[in-house]
Design a protein around this ligand. Structure first.
Ligand code: COA
Length: 434
């Protein structure tokens, strides 16, 4: 279709003119957030009662600025920094849900989508755009929404896998040529480096890795350069995976599901990462009900799932989505991969966390979770828990054994208090650690 398509572009204001009051609108997330369309939508003063469904978005969030009350209502299915306060203050809301279950919400019509606001790569010679860096929940939204309004960005990578949106499905589009929003890895702390070393020590050659967002999974990835024949099957990945690939540690040779390919549903990182995934048949993007399907995850051997959390109680209940009642992120893919790894032959489900928070003032290993804290990984699903003080595998341990195991990897300043609490809860006399 050469460049004929580009002549059909309209302004952002005209494109969002298709949105009407009371509609349900899906917003593409992470690096694919269609910011110019969001700004134009918020600029339409007559719109009221528009519900916005999204996972974490990147960049500006004009729809929660003052003056948007009653006009736009944000509903996060997994959230990030910009929406935490609005959710806490009741100006936005949150749906606790497995990432793998979100596509069916849209497909079944349980959440009826009128509009999908997407950022897409330009159409190819066959008239096919792609969802670029974020396929996750966006594919189901694109397939289910009545109207697609797009930003077609010359700089959005064309990605392989199940990522296609036919140009003819798009009702109106804005044509841009702008860099995607980048996320840079933070320099790691000593504690994160130590946790990374311990996690890396559990990873055998030939393992298939999943890793969550954040400093701890990144710290582990940095220490896997000497490993061989690693595979990647993960709901997301960042620049560290590209570095590992370049170091020759990733071949995907031993994967049973999509062998010889990296499998993901979205990526978040820098230009280097975006260049890596552009038109790269070695990287397959799939919707998150496929990447996070435990039946598929378990078919790979030696799946190592590396995730993080906010608090763990002495029975092994893992809080990862909130600090007390304050929603911090979401359930995401943690349970999908923790369970998938547990079912994989030789698999290792790992939760790795710093032993303390608030500059060392609070232990993250606690007798009980803060009131309102959400259990993401249950004590039935938990296996490996790792802090900078070591690694314990709680699977098959009694309540007393797991309590003691967790205390052994708590920060030394908190061990005596935790041991007393454990003895009181489980009604035994404190020995050793007391
Ligand atoms: N009490 C009080 N504050 C706490 C706390 C606690 N128990 N635990 C953490 N915090 C604070 C930290 O001090 C930190 O504050 P800061 O931002 O001021 O430094 C903040 O909360 C975040 O904690 P941190 O451990 O740095 O978070 P992270 O960026 O490493 O992310 C999760 C950890 C759990 C939020 C993240 O892994 C997540 O969202 N997981 C759930 C979903 C998931 O696992 N998906 C997997 C595939 S993506």
């Amino acid at each position: 279709m050469e460049r004929d398509w580009a002549r059909k572009a309209v302004s952002a204001e005209e494109a969002v003119g298709l949105i009407q009051s009371g509609m349900n609108v899906f917003v593409h997330g992470a690096a694919a957030t269609p910011t110019p369309l969001l700004k134009a939508m918020v600029g339409r003063n007559a719109l009221e009662g528009v519900r916005l469904y999204h996972i974490h978005t990147a960049g500006e969030t004009p729809f929660i600025e003052p003056g948007c009350e009653g006009r736009f209502f944000s509903i996060s299915l997994f959230t990030g920094a910009a929406l935490r306060k609005p959710i806490e203050e009741g100006r936005a809301d949150f749906i606790p849900i497995f990432l793998s279950d979100i596509p069916a919400l849209f497909q079944s019509g349980r959440i009826r989508l009128d509009v999908a606001l997407l950022q897409l790569s330009p159409p190819d010679m066959h008239g096919l755009c792609t969802l670029g860096t974020s396929v996750d929940t966006a594919k189901a939204a694109a397939d289910s929404a009545t109207i697609i309004i797009a930003e077609i960005n010359e700089q959005m990578p064309r990605t392989h896998g199940n990522t296609v949106v036919p140009f003819e499905r798009i009702a109106a589009f804005l044509h841009t040529d702008r860099p995607l929003i980048e996320q840079y890895p933070e320099p790691e702390t000593e504690v994160e480096a130590r946790i990374g070393e311990i996690v890396a020590g559990l990873v055998e050659d030939g393992s298939t890795l999943q890793m969550g967002i954040g400093a701890i999974p990144d710290a582990a990835l940095l220490r896997l350069r000497e490993k061989r024949d690693l595979g990647i099957h993960s709901e997301m990945f960042s620049d560290r995976v590209v570095e590992l690939f370049e170091a020759g540690a990733i071949t995907n040779r031993f994967k049973s599901v999509h062998p010889n390919r990296i499998v993901t549903s979205f990526v978040s990182g820098t230009k280097k990462l975006f260049r890596f995934v552009h038109d790269n048949p070695l990287v397959e993007f799939h919707p998150c009900d496929r990447t996070n399907n435990t039946t598929l995850i378990r078919r790979n051997d030696k799946v190592v799932a590396i995730n993080s959390c906010l608090q763990v109680d002495l029975t092994g209940q893992v809080c990862a989505d909130s600090i007390g009642h304050r929603i911090y992120s979401g359930i995401g893919g943690q349970m999908d991969f923790i369970r998938g790894a547990a079912l994989s032959r030789g698999g290792k489900p790992i939760l790795a966390l710093r032993s303390t928070a608030a500059g060392g003032k609070i232990s993250r290993i606690v007798p009980e979770l803060n009131p309102g804290g959400g259990v993401v990984t249950t004590r039935g699903h938990v296996h490996w828990v790792i802090t900078e003080y070591g690694a314990v595998n709680l699977h098959g341990m009694t309540l007393r054994e797991r309590g003691n195991a967790l205390i052994s990897i708590a920060h030394p300043d908190f061990r005596a208090g935790l041991a007393k609490a454990l003895a009181a809860i489980r009604r035994f006399t404190v020995t050793g650690l007391g």
